[in-house]
Design a protein around this ligand. Sequence first.
Ligand SMILES: [Zn+2]
Length: 127
Amino acid sequence: MAGRFLRACLTSTMQLRRNLTARPLHRAMATLKGIPTDEEQATGLERRALQALKLGKDPYSMLKPKEYAGTKEDPHIVPSTVNKRLVGCLCEEDNTAIVWFWLHEGPSQRCPSCGSHYKLVHHELPH
Ligand SMILES: [Zn+2]
């Protein structure tokens, strides 16, 4: 009695699943191929930003304007019109992730990831 019930249940479940997934599954896969996921879009945006940065552009006003050694004696100079600024550190060439941290006016600060020195320098806007 119990065995018969189980077998009947399994059979109907398999039939149901086959009916449900035959065509919809195919369509879902086609959709996934064409439309990028959120993750892919975020990665693409970050990659575009990195490419722009490497070309010397600064679309998000986030990069050090010049290359310095980044040592304590020769920190990256970060101009800012206010007393703090968000800095994006590309710790290594070809790094895919940007390390963000707030740089405050005063003594130079170090990137929490690679330890490069950054110093905020007041920059007045031209009148
Ligand atoms: Zn860094």
